[in-house]
Design a protein around this ligand. Structure first.
Ligand SMILES: [Fe+2]
Ligand SMILES: [Fe+2]
Length: 133
């Protein structure tokens, strides 16, 4: 799980680097889970994933605003929905209400791949056009 594939690249260098970073933390979480590591260890990787996601989203939102991306509001709403969801997971894991298992990882990976492949990809022409002007 969480294997980066170059077909996920959208062609904006800084963004692709951050997306790879997200996959790398996801892969770390999957490896920790597969190795049967302690809940605290997985919980701290999950916390790092949430934190990195938040900073990536903030970066992306600044970039879209800078280029007056017309679909900014809808894109930001998707980001906020994911943050709410994974912050909830993190709290539930910390409280011992849920374990980190395949369904949780599948949700995060599926969301990431879908969002990057569909939603992120849409701002590329806008960001690149204005950058070249
Ligand atoms: Fe993104
Ligand atoms: Fe995004």
């Amino acid at each position: 799980m969480f294997e980066w594939n170059d077909k996920y690249a959208i062609g904006v260098g800084s963004i692709d680097t951050q997306h790879k970073g997200l996959y790398a933390i996801g892969a770390e979480l999957y490896a920790a889970m597969s190795a049967g590591q302690a809940r605290e260890r997985m919980s701290s990787i999950l916390a790092r994933l949430v934190q990195y996601t938040e900073s990536h989203f903030a970066f992306e939102e600044r970039l879209m605003q800078l280029h007056h991306y017309p679909d900014f509001a809808a894109h930001k709403a998707q980001h906020e929905a994911l943050i709410r969801k994974i912050s909830g997971f993190r709290e539930d894991v910390q409280n011992g209400m849920i374990g980190i298992g395949i369904p949780l990882l599948q949700f995060v990976e599926g969301w990431l791949t879908d969002h990057i492949g569909k939603t992120d990809r849409k701002y590329v022409p806008c960001v690149n056009a204005k950058a070249a002007a």
